[in-house]
Design a protein around this ligand. Structure first.
Ligand code: TIU
Length: 219
């Protein structure tokens, strides 16, 4: 089968495809969380929630596995490098107490996935300490167990955790497709640039397509 993607049609098989939804957590999308502590306008990210929900629903209906990731750290911060926690001058550092609990800590309200996009029973949820979802997680083993060869990507932020994970996946031999309107950045110019650099040079990192195009192919 083919998806009408850019820079050219993507050949794929729904039986060996999974959807990865990256870090659609309150900490990145609601005021008072990690994204806001870094000085970002988090409201920009809220716009992709409906399209992301449609993509998740369409994949579920087609039997395509949905995998969710959460960027977060253990309460004792043993998996948070000091270089990450101490960098810059955020209003609150990772592990500090904020309005949604301790910033970017597993089990705290801010680390939870938005209720509209919440995993359903049986869906894999991967807590990751890095920007890439393969680093220090069992994602690679999980995908190998499922026989997955193609990955559809959604989530935030486009040029940070989404692009890092796509690059990791590309090096591991997966064909990667980014859902253009189910991903967002705090910096619109970075989203545009990330999408262009992903599909440049003959899909050097992967493909991109709108959610409606992906859903038409999945249905
Ligand atoms: N800051 C930023 O743009 N992103 C992150 O820190 N993590 C993710 O992208 N999930």
């Amino acid at each position: 089968m083919k998806i009408d993607a850019l820079p050219f049609a993507l050949e794929w098989d729904p039986a060996t495809t999974a959807l990865i939804v990256i870090d659609m957590q309150r900490d990145f999308i609601e005021p008072g969380g990690f994204g806001a502590t870094l000085g970002n306008d988090v409201t920009l990210l809220q716009a992709i929630v409906p399209a992301t929900a449609r993509l998740i629903a369409g994949c579920r209906a087609a039997g395509i596995p949905v995998i969710h990731t959460r960027e977060c750290h253990r309460p004792d911060l043993s998996d948070c490098p000091p270089a990450k926690r101490l960098r810059g001058s955020p209003s609150l550092r990772i592990g500090d107490a904020g309005p949604m609990g301790r910033v970017l800590i597993a089990g705290e309200p801010g680390a939870e996935i938005l209720p509209e996009l919440a995993p359903v029973p049986g869906e894999k949820v991967i807590d990751k300490p890095g920007k890439g979802a393969f680093y220090a997680t069992d994602l690679g083993t999980h995908l190998a167990g499922l026989g997955i060869r193609t990955l559809i990507f959604a989530g935030v932020t486009t040029e940070v955790c989404v692009q890092t994970t796509m690059r990791e996946a590309n090096d591991r031999g997966f064909d990667c497709l980014l859902a253009e309107d189910a991903t967002e950045s705090y910096f619109p110019a970075f989203k545009t640039a990330a999408i262009e650099m992903i599909r440049a040079q003959g899909a050097i990192v992967g493909w991109t397509a709108p959610v409606a195009t992906i859903l038409a192919a999945v249905a």
